[in-house]
Design a protein around this ligand. Sequence first.
Ligand code: PLP
Length: 285
Amino acid sequence: RTVYVNGEYLPETEAKVSIFDRGFVMGDAVYEVTAVVGGKLLDFAGHEARLARSLNEIEIENPFAEGELLAIHRELLAKNELVDGGIYLQVTRGNPGDRDFVFPDPAVVKPTVVLYTQLKPGVLQSPTGINGIRVISVPEMRWHRRDIKTVQLLYPSMAKMMAKKAGVDDAWFVEDGFVTEGSSNNTYIVKDGAIITRPLSQDLLHGITRAALLRYANEAQIKIIERPFTIAEAQAADEAFLTSASAFVTPVIEVDGAAIGAGTPGPIAKRLREIYIDEALKAGI
Ligand code: PLP
């Protein structure tokens, strides 16, 4: 692969970041993942806007000039001839030259910027996206600013491992009896034709796919209720699904061993997957 590091396009084997980089030492970094389907970037403007917000929340100066981020994405797509997959992007607070809890002076230490492509041929036909996935619930143990897309992903990784050991695909976090979100996605249930999903707050990531999907669902006159839901409600729901840039809309067919609805992808989840993919591709750039 050709990757991007601090203004340069390099073979991945030549790309380097300092051992003192705060992204490495302190997890002091934010990231984005933008899906690429048929050579098009999906929801790019949303990811660009959320990156700006995440950077602002942790007081890292946005290193990108107007239009620069899109230009880098396009250049990486072209250099790697990427058709289906995604672009991963990470901005860290940079390399202060030693380990120190105090933020370095932003006039002296500039952010580290890394972007690379990820190849996923035939991404729209993934078996999980079509057949649905099974999840377990795990206690919510992340920090309380989940609206900031930081690279501090140790607990989500542990949750994925708990799911793997339990023989299922993913984990849903539960806090005070209610689902916050999935390990790397936003979560939904469907009851009596209405979509139920947790409202935005600092408790969960403000998914770009979530925002687009709710817009499309609204246009399709599907009722949306933004409120938290429990695992018991999910188990008694007609359907469930999740959204993310990597998974688009993916049906969820089982929670904690209990089948949801018929235990197969539900009609609304399937319809929303089609609508999302159609509309996001149409709007893709
Ligand atoms: N929630 C979490 C914790 C995530 O990590 C992600 C994506 O990585 C999402 C939700 C979905 O966000 P998006 O639709 O912007 O990919």
